[in-house]
Design a protein around this ligand. Structure first.
Ligand code: SF4
Length: 172
């Protein structure tokens, strides 16, 4: 049963992260990312075990962690064609992976990669991006102590596919 609560907690954190990211889409000033060429054959095996940091209360699993010049680069694979620039939600997700890579592997990634079907973007892991993801995590922790946190989105499609519909009182 505990596993269920942990899974539910992590899922809700992911939902809140995505919502917070979408809320800041117009104003965050996040770097849009550099289009790069990557040789996917060099990525090796997919990451199997999630990375975890107890102090941040954060866990996550990038699709790949590529070693390049002694540095570890997290890679997030997205299905579908690339947008003009990566969505903020994707950038924040990658930033969380950069944070976890640094905490778990002891080396700060200079950037991470978002891989779409037709294009790859390198996202610089700047101090500003790190501070932005830390702010979001702090806000989530504040909300966890509140009893009246409301549903964080108005996306019917997300609710329709949600595995928690049977227990969620705010489903659409
Ligand atoms: S059912 Fe909808 S509102 Fe509830 S957790 Fe799932 S996605 Fe969110």
């Amino acid at each position: 049963m505990n596993y269920l609560y942990v899974a539910l907690g992590l899922f809700l954190i992911a939902i809140v992260l995505l919502w917070r990211a979408s809320q800041t889409q117009k104003t965050s000033g996040l770097p849009g990312g550099r289009v790069i060429y990557t040789d996917t054959r060099a990525w090796g095996e997919k990451v199997e075990k999630p990375l975890y940091d107890g102090n941040l209360g954060l866990t996550g699993k990038p699709d790949y962690i590529v070693e390049k010049n002694g540095r570890y680069i997290p890679v997030e694979v997205k299905s579908g064609r690339a947008p003009q620039a990566p969505y903020d939600a994707h950038i924040f997700q990658l930033a969380a992976y950069c944070l976890l890579v640094e905490k778990n592997l002891g080396s700060r990634p200079p950037y991470g990669i978002i891989h779409y079907e037709d294009r790859d973007f390198a996202i610089d892991y700047t101090n500003e991006l790190e501070n932005a993801i830390l702010d979001i995590l702090a806000e989530i922790r504040r909300d966890e102590r509140r009893a009246d946190v409301q549903r964080s989105h108005e996306v019917t499609a997300r609710c329709t596919r949600c595995g928690f519909r049977n227990v969620c009182e705010q489903k659409l």
